[in-house]
Design a protein around this ligand. Sequence first.
Ligand SMILES: Nc1nc2c(ncn2[C@@H]2O[C@H](COP(=O)(O)OP(=O)(O)OP(=O)(O)O)[C@@H](O)[C@H]2O)c(=O)[nH]1
Length: 563
Amino acid sequence: EATIKDVTTFLDQAEAVRMTDSARYAAMLTQLHADNPPMTPVQRWRLRYLDAAQAQFLGHYAEAEKGLRDVIDHSGHPGLSARAMGMLLQNLSTNHRYEEMFTLAKRGVAALPGLKDTVARHSLLSNLSQATNFAGHPEIAIQYAQMIRTDLLPGESPCISMAVEMAARYTQKTLASDSQELARGIEACTAYGSPVMANMMWLTKSTRLIEEGDPEAGLALLDRIAPSVEREGYFAGRAALYSQRGNAYLAVGRYDDARKAAQAAVDLFKPGDLDNFLIDAYHVLYEVAKREKKDAVALIYYQKFADQERGNLDDLSARALAYAAVEQRALLQGLEADKLTQQNSVLKLEKDLTARAVENGRLYIALLLALLGSVTFWLYRIKRSQLRFMHLSHHDGLTGVLNHQHFMTELERSLHDLERRNAPACLVLLDLDHFKQVNDTYGHAIGDVVLKRATATCCQQLRRADLFGRLGGEEFGILLHECHPEQGLVIANCIRAAIEATPVTIDGHVVKYSASIGVACTMISGYGLQSLRREADAALYRAKGAGRNRVMTDLLGDGLVGA
Ligand SMILES: Nc1nc2c(ncn2[C@@H]2O[C@H](COP(=O)(O)OP(=O)(O)OP(=O)(O)O)[C@@H](O)[C@H]2O)c(=O)[nH]1
């Protein structure tokens, strides 16, 4: 043996002879393991697959299954995994694990569309074809087989597709021994160099010949292919060869040969095995024993034959049931998926609706808040303008103190209040002196400034509780709360002095001015508004008359304070 130079090439070569030269294939695998050259992960997975294939070929099913499942689940190589699936289908079928087999077949069908590797595709399709044929659906098996043929590249052999199609046609009972397709299939596989598959079709042909009533021709054919079947060592081929021979010998009356052939078939199997070929073999053994009048032996073989046939019938229905179960499950899963999608869309709709309701709710709240805000704002503005109007209607526009009307109203209210509490107060009337002259000399605008300044000066002398108002023109009124006449006189004089001491300076002009003040107090003139006002007016009049810039009161004895 030459040393392995390129592992991939070596693996390719091994795979190429797998179906055509079993012995060489086995030798190549042995060499690869012995040399153990360095390998890439993909090369290792290929070897794992090829080892599993060999284990399966030799009937070591558990070992084969382990390797194949490993490749399917862990190689991460779609082509290799598809081929492993195909081989595992055969494995499971041989071991009557039909539900697992059809479940795997479903997985294979699902993997088909994404499978670019044509070799892997064809391998998977051919195994799917065999699996469905086995399940009693040869019509679907034929379709899978034909899918391979329409997919063939120029120069590629139709051998495999023909072989699986012929198997399905046999199940369908639409195949005659002299069928053109069968002849073409045998031709294709012979040309392809696959004696294993050519032999299986030869065996189908011999079966049909015997069934059609020509056991001589069947026997001749079996004798012709026997060396090749033996050489290839394919288990199913040998079992078919021996049991067919048994049938043919029985049909031509060569009982001894028939018994030997049938026994050879039985010997291939282990006790407890169930197989189609065993039905035929035991049937032959029973018939031979019966014809040789060995009744006890015949009875034993009849029992075996009956067991096999019943087992086979059970197996047939088990396959059909398993197939149906897997189909049903797939259908159910589809329905479940549909239902889930529907439920999901309903849930989504509900979620959308809820979200929208929440959104709407939020919008309403926002609108309400905005409305409330604007109402509050408007209320505030209305209130503010109301207050402003009130202020405007109660105060003098130029000086900011109470206007005449409001001063009089407040004065009356205060006097009532003071009277009730028996508290003293003084009414002060103040009139700027010769104000006409100020206006005439400096103009009206400066007259206004003087009025404002005089007001501000007065305010500085007053307490919070005191009332201060402009009675008109340059005349002002002040109510001094909680104030005795002597106090009133002092405060009035302070105001007068402050006004005199605070001239207005405008554009370099110093505008001097003064005020005359009349004071009337409740302790002398009483709480009556009219009398108090009258007395204060009289005092003011007296102040003017006495030369202005002075304070006069209603005090008896006319105690006057001059400037
Ligand atoms: N600048 C200005 N002048 C005013 C205002 N209201 C009244 N007057 C003026 O105040 C002057 C009042 O003059 P009179 O009543 O003759 O008295 P007076 O000149 O102050 O003389 P006596 O009161 O006798 O000292 C008038 O010339 C009015 O036009 C005002 O709001 N602004």
